[in-house]
Design a protein around this ligand. Sequence first.
Ligand code: 13P
Length: 238
Amino acid sequence: MIIAANLKTNLTRKETNKYLAEVESFVSSKNITQEVLVFPAMSSLDTHDTSIIVGAQNAYATKDGAFTGEIGSVHLEEFAIKTILIGHSERRHILGETQEELAIKFNYYKDLGFKIVYCVGEPLEKRKAGKSEMMEYISSQYKGIDTEYKNLIIAYEPVWAIGTGLTPTLEDIQEIHTELKEKSTAPLLYGGSVKVTNAKDVLALKNVDGILVGSAALYGEHFCSMIEYAQELEGKEY
Ligand code: 13P
């Protein structure tokens, strides 16, 4: 399974290095065979000497150039970073990235062979509008995205569940994941208020191939517990 930590705008470079060392030491001491990904803040990226996959939370669809405040692929290449998160709801809804821009970014990093964790998910009003409107909204987030890309991982993250402590029911997660698996056979993660207390139940669901964790992953110990749950579920029946 795939266990990913999105550290968002948290942990300094020094704290990130300590965090990665803690997770790495856990992973090697427990012989973890799951795929572990960590997305640190941009200024914490470095040449990380670790078996953990370190990815960027964002980058612009360019090698370099005049895009004040952005970084390009040359900056990721400097640190041998080949993994990127695209389409996170905070980038869509707070930073205003459009589907068109996301598709351009997706294609740019796809052409470079990056592993892409592509996020989709509905805001509360779309969920309240009923199943078909909600699925239609989520479907629109696949526009311009190559769902057959071999290095694609999809993360379903309902916007209203992010950082709120609210989650869909386990039945809901399983149902939506089953529908989303029809759009793409890429590994499908669930994200949105995953904690140590619910991670195992979520990971055990059919069509859930892993989790993308925000706030709870800021505690190395908690993130490691979730990695261990995934390891315990190794070989689960689908
Ligand atoms: P929380 O786990 O804090 O809800 O955040 C989820 C998320 O946005 C991961 O990308």
